[in-house]
Design a protein around this ligand. Structure first.
Ligand code: R2B
Ligand code: URA
Length: 308
């Protein structure tokens, strides 16, 4: 069961609550995939001022976003220091901190982002962070929208169109609703610059457990359907309001919602799936496109920090 609105309102202090009574009884909590621990590190000192957690697929993008935000918010590192990957010795995820912003890579797919979320949510708890806001800044395939379009997710559904993250636990399926924070979504949408030479839209996001057949691609090592069946499926998705397909939003929205943490998913489309399967734009074009959702999230963060 996730927290109801009333239960959330009861937590005026905004501290992140864990729904796990066992943690309190442990001598220490090792955040294994982040190479951090509750006893080996002073997590309050290191992370107590975090307000935003921004996740993206690759270690490189996590670093680039951290560099970009350093410039955007005018953050100065202490003299003689450089930006470091705090989790480098985990050899799993990369994590950078720029003032109140954590920029972390989540890898590909639900299992990878799920493991990271357990540990980042625990990190927020140990560090006594109040009311953090999480963003997934990613890439996706568009449905009936041109490459380079920025999509803010209104809802996440699985490959069967169900709006919940279903996880087998002790041999039984536990369902957690993949709910998006509607207010955050609307606030982000309002920040899209009307002068941008590309559209920023919102809509339903389909989250799959595979990039190839699971997303209706015919260019994988295997394919068990024909072109007509593929197009009928993608057109059906479009008619159902699905505007993009990616691989993490379901766990990301469900687990942040379950933890009572506000979150949003902002992705750029790398192609229109109604027109093809292969991503064949030049690297420079793809690199520029990937900065677009970063720019939107940066506008939100800057506006938020100015208000304080
Ligand atoms: C988008 O891009 C990756 C697959 O190429 C996957 O992590 C996703 O959601
Ligand atoms: N990421 C996906 O999951 N699918 C795409 O088509 C592009 C990026």
């Amino acid at each position: 069961m996730s927290l109801s609105e009333e239960e959330l309102d009861e937590y005026h202090d905004g501290l992140v609550r864990l729904q796990n009574p066992h943690l309190e009884l442990m001598d220490q909590d090792i955040l294994y995939h982040l190479a951090l621990g509750s006893e080996s590190h002073d997590l309050v000192e290191m992370f107590g001022d975090v307000k935003f957690v921004c996740m993206g697929g690759t270690p490189k993008r996590a670093e680039q976003f951290a560099q970009y935000m350093m410039h955007e918010i005018g953050h100065k590192l202490p003299t003689g220091t450089t930006l470091v990957d705090i989790s480098q010795y985990s050899y799993r995820y990369a994590m950078y901190k720029v003032g109140p912003i954590l920029s972390v890579s989540h890898g590909m797919g639900i299992p990878s982002v799920g493991i990271l979320l357990h540990e980042i949510i625990k990190l927020m708890y140990h560090a006594k962070v109040r009311n953090p806001i999480f963003f997934r800044i990613g890439t996706c395939g568009g449905i009936g929208v041109d490459g380079g379009t920025v999509v803010i997710s209104e809802e996440a559904v699985d490959g069967l169109g169900q709006p919940s993250f279903d996880l087998p636990i002790l041999g039984k399926v536990v369902k957690r609703p993949a709910k998006v924070d509607k207010r955050l979504m609307r606030d982000l949408k309002l920040l899209a610059d009307p002068n941008d030479p590309y559209p920023t839209i919102s809509g339903k996001t389909m989250c799959t457990t595979d990039f190839y057949e699971g997303q209706g691609r015919m260019d994988g090592a295997f394919c068990c359907f024909n072109e007509k069946e593929k197009m009928a499926y993608l057109e059906h998705l479009r008619d159902e309001g699905v505007v993009n397909i990616e691989m993490e939003s379901l766990a990301f929205t469900a687990l942040t919602h379950h933890a009572g943490i506000r979150s949003a998913v902002v992705c750029v489309t790398l192609l229109d799936r109604l027109k093809g399967d292969q991503i064949n734009y030049p690297k420079e074009v793809l690199d520029e496109w990937q900065q677009r959702p970063q720019k939107l999230v940066s506008s939100y963060i800057k506006k938020f920090l100015k208000k304080k």
